[in-house]
Each structure stands twice: as structure tokens, then as C-alpha cells.
Design a protein around this ligand. Sequence first.
Ligand code: AMP
Ligand code: MN
Ligand code: MN
Length: 314
Amino acid sequence: MNCTPKDLLQVFTSYTDILLTAHVSPDGDALGSLSALAGWLRSLGKKVIVVIDDRIEEKFFAYDGCRGIVRPEAVKADDNRLSVILDATDMQRIGKVAALITGKVMNIDHHVSNGHFADWEYIRTDCAATGEILTELFRIWEAAITPAMANALYMAIATDCGFFCFANTTGHTLQMASYLVDAGAEPNRISEGLEETTMNKLKALAQVLQEIELFAGGRVAGISFTQEVQQYTGEHTGGYIDYARRLKGVDVAFTVKWQGPETTRVSLRSKEVDVNVIAGAFGGGGHVRAAGCTLALPLEEAKQVLVKEIEKNL
Ligand code: AMP
Ligand code: MN
Ligand code: MN
């Protein structure tokens, strides 16, 4: 059951050593939220360590807290430390960081598929981003939001709601964004930093767009990131799915990504269909219009199984 904002503040106050983490393959929301929370806790004199079991995309290094993120191999477990898991539904989603967590756990998240596993939880499925939840908490706590924290939180919110285009954008989302701009966030610099690309990446995009396949009479669009395709896209393939979703007549867009001979990572986006249910059928989850899962199948087989499951839900 959810704690109150006051309970959360009391928990933070009672600890000196705090570990912060978020889901593997961290996105803007995970990293912006980590940055801002780390910044605030450090300003209170807390000893904070931020751990992620994955590589961080370079474009996020513009945010203070992202440059000091360490891998789990560099950290030892400590029973007396508070662990805070942001933007993740369960312990599996944080990869090897789970093994470092032997003490109490706080979870701040907005996924409908949240597993309710923490000692203290604050789950707000009405919020578009974990960054939106944190902004509200900071406001309730009357915590000072520095321009660096404001930028990180605005980036967190904007990336999870497609820069205020997706259906999860509410009046509250916009109010929190407005609060952050007043605290020093710079929307133009944030979008420029995230949109900035290289000639190689732009050419990779042109090639990837050639690979889009249609299914179910044009209501489903998919992109396969085989090992060969990943040679020119690199490992970070998160942005491409939005192009497939834009197609007229398409409700569900997906990507299937080679991660090993028997491991395929799936991302799902939709305009209407509940893709959390589809990802849930394979042990994953997420949100109604954005979800993910991993299938223990080779890429081609995974794609076929996935398309069948999507068709059932159309
Ligand atoms: P992705 O396609 O990986 O960007 O994920 C879309 C959304 O679903 C994000 O909010 C993820 O955090 C969430 N998500 C992805 N995979 C899982 C999973 N296995 N379990 C729960 N949530 C997930
Ligand atoms: Mn996320
Ligand atoms: Mn999120």
C-alpha cells in the first residue's frame, strides 16, 4: 500500500547511506529521476550511490547525476543502507543491482504492472513519469529544486510522455512541467540535446525505416533489430519504434531485438490497444500504451509468436 509523501520524507531523513537505482536499459525518465533525487539527497548531506546494471546512452551525460553512475560490480551489499528503486516494477527489472539490496527498499514508480514488492512504496499510475511523481513530492516537501534538478526532472517527464504528445499527458503533467520551467528547466536545450544526432545515426535511421514490416492488414507495424541491423544502429535502438507507430492505420508498433541466440527483447507501443496486457502474456509489463518483455526464443520465432498475440488483442 502507498505511503504518504510525509512517510517517504521521514524514511529519507532516517538514513545516511542511500543507494539509488532504476530499470535496466535506462530511459530518460529513469535517468532524469535518478539525477534529480541524487542531487537533492546530496544537498541534504546524504551519502548517495547511483547504480545501474547497464550502459548509459551518451546523450544523458549532460545531466549531472548521470556521469557518476556506477555498475553493480563496483558496489558491495550493505544491510544498513536504504535502497530506492525508481521507475521499475520489480527486482528483476534492475538486473544485478538486486543482489546488492539486503536492507530496506523504497519503490517510487508509475507502471500499471507494478509488483508491490517494497518496504515503502509510492506508486502513482496516474502520473506520466516517475519524474512527475518526484516533482510533486519535492513541491509537497517544499524542497529546493536547483536548475540542474529541474532540467533532469523536465527531461524525465518529457521523454515518458513523448514531449507532451502521448495520451498519458494530463493537466497535472503540464503543471509539473510548468513548475520545473519556473525552477530553471530549459525546454529548448533539453529537446535539442536529445534530438541531436550524427550523420551516421541519421543514415542508420534511413536504413531502419526501410525494414518496417506491416502485419494484420496494416494495423501492426514491426521492426526487427537483427545482429546485422544492430551493426549500423548500435545497441541503443529505443527511438525507432515511434516512427513505426506514426504510420496511418497502425495501432500497435513493436520492435524485436536480438540479444542472444535464444533471447529476444520486445518493445510495444500503441495508439489504443492495451499493450501492457500483451507484454504481460510473456511475463513483461509496462503501461497501457508502452510496454516491453523478453522472450526466450530466437528473433524470427519470437516475432511470429508476438504477432499472433498482438492479433488476438486487436
Ligand atoms: P521499453 O519498450 O523497453 O521502452 O518499455 C516500455 C515501457 O514498459 C517502459 O515504461 C518500461 O519501463 C516498461 N517495461 C518494459 N519491459 C518491462 C518488463 N519486463 N516489466 C515491466 N515493465 C516493463
Ligand atoms: Mn522508464
Ligand atoms: Mn517511466
